[in-house]
Design a protein around this ligand. Structure first.
Ligand code: GDP
Ligand code: MG
Length: 241
């Protein structure tokens, strides 16, 4: 990848000007420390970078060629959902698709998945009366490499997902870039399908003031904002990819 530090993002082609460009907005939800940031950064950089500021909330922008389309991902990596109902509502309204993450080492994070799924469905059904279908969602069981600390079985995850009629991926963001990417590919596929059956569901909505305050990181200009929490050498690795 050819980039220089602090390059400005390329101007976005406007949706509609190219048949093959899609913008998809994805929100990553889940309890603290389940690996939301690790999953997001793994997808975008293909690297696992161990420690992040847990309070960091960011929208990552990333372009990728998928199945003949150039897909422009905007991924909101949330932090601190517990605090304010109004904030979380704004973030959920912003998203078109959702990744709900728990850790197989944390039973409590697993129990939180149901609540988050219902919250997303509820907020979307109120906000988008025109599209009664629930928005595309994927359930992710992360940290499967920590077999010794496991508290939630694969079967528990599968049963929950079956009950909620949602796709399920058990992954290790630490060990596998492919498993992590598969989550986003599944979600993208479902989002395309949702779009074809209900075109109004992806209508761009006005972005609230709150959402404008969340910092953006462009994957080809990531160093500037990441520098706070990651070492430069990690980033050089990523940039040479
Ligand atoms: P967040 O609060 O949900 O964003 O969680 P983070 O992405 O900051 O990760 C929390 C901790 O879990 C960090 O120490 C990560 O290194 C670790 N972690 C994340 N994913 C994995 C994984 O797949 N395996 C292991 N062993 N640790 C992970
Ligand atoms: Mg985080």
């Amino acid at each position: 990848m050819m980039t220089t530090n602090f390059t400005l993002p390329k101007p976005l082609r406007r949706a509609g000007s190219s048949a093959s460009l899609r913008t998809v907005r994805i929100v990553i939800l889940g309890q603290a420390a389940v690996g939301k940031t690790a999953v997001t950064v793994r997808f975008i950089t293909k690297r696992f970078i161990g420690e992040y500021d847990p309070t960091l909330e960011t929208i990552y922008k990333h372009e990728l060629s998928l199945g003949g389309d150039v897909v422009h991902f905007e991924i909101l990596d949330t932090a601190g959902q517990e605090e304010d109902a109004l904030l979380i509502e704004e973030k959920i309204k912003w998203g078109d698709g959702f990744v709900i993450v728990y850790s197989v080492t944390d039973r409590c994070s697993f129990d939180e998945v149901i609540r988050l799924c219902f919250l997303v469905n509820h907020i979307h059904s109120v906000a988008r009366k025109s599209s009664p279908e629930p928005p595309p969602m994927v359930i992710v069981a992360n940290k499967k490499d920590l077999e010794f600390d496991r508290m939630v079985s694969t079967e528990d995850g599968q049963n929950l997902s079956k009950g909620l009629k949602l796709p399920f991926h058990e992954i290790s963001a630490r060990d596998s870039s492919e498993e992590t990417a598969a989550v986003f590919h599944t979600l993208y596929r479902d989002m395309v399908q949702a779009l074809s059956s209900s075109p109004t569901s992806f209508r761009r909505r006005a972005v609230s003031k709150l959402m404008e305050k969340i910092p953006r990181i462009y994957s080809n200009a990531a160093l500037g904002s990441f520098g706070r929490s990651m070492s430069c050498s990690s980033f050089r690795d990523f940039q040479q990819d």
